[in-house]
Ligand binder design. Structure first.
Ligand code: SAM
Length: 473
């Protein structure tokens, strides 16, 4: 538990103003169709949206206006991210948990045999992930100060970064662990994590209390100010997320943007990524008892509106969504996807050994292999990317945002996507995906606008073909 002296320093999450959100949503109902069209036109210029503008779009139900919102989101995505889609996988290292989150399969009251990976088991999981082609992981753990203290997390990060395989290694570890102290965030920063990710679950105080009846996670203020402390601890890139399905999605989107506004005002930079997990069945919960479940069409709208509201923030979609829907959502603004995911501790090995995985955090809905996901990403005209260069080159926080806003990331992200995808094709792809992928590279190479960088990329591609790895800008 956190000590009382520290507790006195906690800040209240006063930047989430429920009254403002209610007023915004009420006012937005009066928006005229021509005003909606003006907002969409403004959004198409990738200038972002104000809260009232976002509220107005959230109230849209008309099919033809929705169609325009989707088209605008696609346009903005293409302008900022080109056709790139970053690929990653989650890695669960411990399912011990002192919380009782109503929706979560890892809740303390669920009776199953808990485990955490030994460093040897961890190495095996990482080897399997690397064998699928992964270079970027999201490290996941339940909250348990005794069974899974920060020292264990840090040791695990050290182990993962130290592992070298024939064709490479894990080059970026993002971390999704419970809210903690500035001191702990400093240590995570020293361990060279990429993004610190923490999902808010719900921004609605009353619902938050109901969803987190016991355990440290039940403290709304402690949880909601975690990203502030991460920034104070020197972590430049933080990731937000809402677990859609716990409360009214319109409220959640506006609250999330209030949170982003707060970070921008206080630290000069908003969230690096936003994740959009949607509630899934899990052990010890009945999904039909949640009154705010989000329908597919609403979910597509949420993603498109977020893309328009915060054009420079990465949008992350997981395998909670089914395959065909994930492919469609790439068009609405998603820029990062997980692939080949398992959501249990030691589950990659269990799956490789064809053992039944017993205790997962929630059920996934996209069961395709990494190779199948990449083939489908390519078939949809997108370019998979395993790039991890930004944080290794110091392009983080406000420095990244400045480059992104100046359109400069095209000159690094596009070549890096091509180079890392080339590695994938040579080292891990099936013959069919390799064939498709080579076509995709051929198509995307000329899109590098700067001729000098284009020719340097071609040179690096030849070096990769001759056996070199991990070349980047
Ligand atoms: N212990 C950390 C914490 O408390 O935030 C790590 C979070 S957990 C490993 C990752 C995320 O999975 C949670 O933040 C939650 O949003 C999501 N999750 C939990 N149960 C879920 C469910 N039934 N369906 C979909 N997502 C779920």
């Amino acid at each position: 538990m956190v000590k009382t002296e520290q507790k006195q320093q906690w800040e209240r999450a006063d930047f989430i103003v429920e009254k403002e959100i209610e007023t915004l949503l009420q006012e937005a109902q009066k928006t005229r169709v021509e005003d909606i069209r003006t907002i969409i036109d403004k959004a198409r210029k990738a200038k972002g949206l104000t809260l009232p503008e976002t509220a107005a779009l959230l109230q849209v139900t008309d099919k033809s206006l929705l169609h325009d919102i989707y088209a605008a989101a696609k346009e903005v995505k293409s302008r900022i991210y080109g056709q790139r889609v970053v690929i990653f996988a989650p890695l669960y290292i411990s399912d011990h948990c002192v919380n009782n989150c109503v929706y979560c399969g890892y809740k303390q009251d669920n009776p199953f045999k808990r485990r955490k990976l030994t460093q040897e088991e961890l190495a095996e999981e990482v080897k399997l992930l690397e064998n699928m082609g992964h270079k970027r992981l999201a490290l996941e753990a339940g909250e348990h100060p005794v069974e899974c203290p920060l020292e264990y997390i840090l040791e695990s990060i050290g182990t993962i970064y130290s592992l070298k395989f024939k064709n490479g290694s894990i080059r970026r570890i993002n971390v999704n662990i419970a809210a903690t102290t500035v001191e702990d965030y400093k240590r995570l920063k020293e361990a060279q994590i990429g993004t610190y990710i923490l999902f808010q679950e719900t921004y609605h105080r009353q619902t938050y209390r109901e969803m987190h009846p016991t355990g440290p996670k039940g403290d709304y203020d402690w949880h909601t100010t975690a990203h502030d402390r991460a920034m104070q601890g020197g972590i430049d890139d933080v990731g937000f997320g809402v677990l859609f399905g716990l409360y009214d999605y319109k409220f959640e989107v506006l609250a999330l943007l209030q949170h982003a506004r707060h970070m921008e005002e206080r630290f000069g930079v908003g969230p690096h990524t936003i994740s959009v997990p949607r509630l899934r069945p899990a052990q010890g919960m009945d999904i039909n008892k949640f009154p705010h479940l989000v329908k597919d069409e609403e979910f597509a709208k949420i993603i498109a509106i977020l893309r328009l509201a915060v054009p420079y923030t990465g949008l992350i979609l997981s395998t909670r969504e089914r395959a065909d829907f994930r492919d469609r959502l790439l068009d609405h603004g998603v820029s990062q996807i997980s692939a080949g995911s398992c959501t249990g501790v030691g589950a990659y090995k269990e799956e490789a050994d064809s053992e039944e995985s017993t205790s997962v955090q929630f059920d996934v809905d996209d069961h395709r292999s990494v190779d199948a996901v990449l083939a489908s990403v390519c078939a949809s005209g997108y370019l998979p990317s395993y790039c991890t260069a930004c944080y290794r080159q110091g392009r983080t926080g406000d420095r990244f945002m400045a480059l992104a806003k100046a359109g400069e990331i095209h000159n690094t992200c596009q070549p890096n996507a091509i180079l890392t995808f080339k590695e994938y094709l040579l080292d891990y792809a099936s013959p069919e995906t390799r064939r498709l992928g080579e076509e995709v590279i051929k198509k995307h190479l000329p899109q590098i606008e700067n001729p000098k960088i284009r020719s340097l990329t071609e040179e690096k591609l030849s070096r990769i073909e001759r056996g070199e790895r991990d070349l980047y800008f």
